[in-house]
Design a binder for this molecule. Structure first.
Ligand SMILES: NC(=O)c1ccc[n+]([C@@H]2O[C@H](COP(=O)([O-])OP(=O)(O)OC[C@H]3O[C@@H](n4cnc5c(N)ncnc54)[C@H](OP(=O)(O)O)[C@@H]3O)[C@@H](O)[C@H]2O)c1
Length: 236
């Protein structure tokens, strides 16, 4: 029980990678708070996780993020796994769409750090980036810039927030609801094409990413790090 008695907060903890991280933390004895926008998804997660504090919050809303942390006296670990894939070329995408990427991933991260850090004496904060940070595709320019910024801010915040440790996980393609929500009917073809290219001939699971997040929570010498988990996807 590596997290016995620890309070772990997962923003974006109702599905996918965040849910898997919450589940693993629970198995290691943690008390849990999970947040997301949809009450239905949170309720479903609660049914699977058992005793867990759920709170409806959009990470891009500062007041909502503050509320996530207001009910907790001491925080040990924070995971941010919230974030959507917003595609579209810079020249013809709505500015509101492009701003949303920054609001969720840069301002959202900022709100979480400002609310969480005063309640932490050590422990860790883990961000989630994505392989697009270094391998853009057509229509991902803003997302690529923002994900690279999440990775860049990681060591800077590790210095600022010490002894709280700060790390980022950068997943490749992972089998979560995000893929269907983003790519719809093209999801299966996209996954099949990617699987054919990957050294292990499969995409990753949310549980595999969660294992990396658990390691970052529990290994007290890990800070300022950006860890890739992509099945070798960067090299093909
Ligand atoms: N799956 C992949 O292939 C992949 C690859 C690289 C990186 N990533 C990144 O990993 C992170 C987790 O993705 P996932 O695949 O696990 O996606 P997911 O299954 O869609 O889960 C996302 C979680 O975040 C919540 N969320 C989304 N937007 C939010 C917001 N604005 N405020 C608060 N909560 C929000 C969702 O609940 P609600 O919708 O109810 O808010 C859900 O709990 C994302 O940042 C994603 O970009 C994923």
């Amino acid at each position: 029980m590596k997290l016995q008695g620890a309070h772990v907060v997962v923003i974006g903890g109702s599905t996918g990678i965040g849910f898997a991280a919450a589940k693993l933390a629970r198995q290691e004895g943690a008390e849990l708070t999970i947040a997301g926008r949809s009450p239905e998804k949170l309720a479903q997660a609660q049914r699977e996780l058992g005793e867990v504090r759920t709170i409806v919050a959009d990470i891009s809303n500062e007041a909502a993020v503050r509320q996530v942390f207001e009910g907790i006296s001491h925080v040990d670990h924070v995971v941010i796994a919230a974030g959507n894939i917003v595609n579209g070329r810079i020249v013809d995408n709505d500015l509101a769409n492009l701003r949303r990427i920054i609001d969720e991933r840069i301002w959202g991260l900022t709100y979480v750090v400002r609310s969480a850090a005063p309640k932490m004496t050590s422990g860790s904060i883990t961000f989630t980036s994505g392989g697009l940070s270094s391998r853009p595709r057509l229509g991902t320019a803003m997302l690529t810039a923002v994900l690279a910024s999440v990775e860049a801010i990681t060591p800077a915040l590790a210095l600022e927030l010490a002894p709280i440790r700060v790390n980022t996980v950068t997943p490749g393609l992972i089998d979560t609801p995000l893929l269907h929500n983003t790519y719809g009917t093209e999801r299966d073809t996209m996954v099949k094409n990617r699987e054919a290219m990957l050294p292990g001939k499969r995409i990753g699971s949310a549980e595999e990413v969660a294992q990396v997040m658990l390691m970052l929570m529990t290994n007290a010498y890990m800070t300022g790090e950006v860890l890739h988990i992509d099945g070798g996807g960067r090299y093909v």
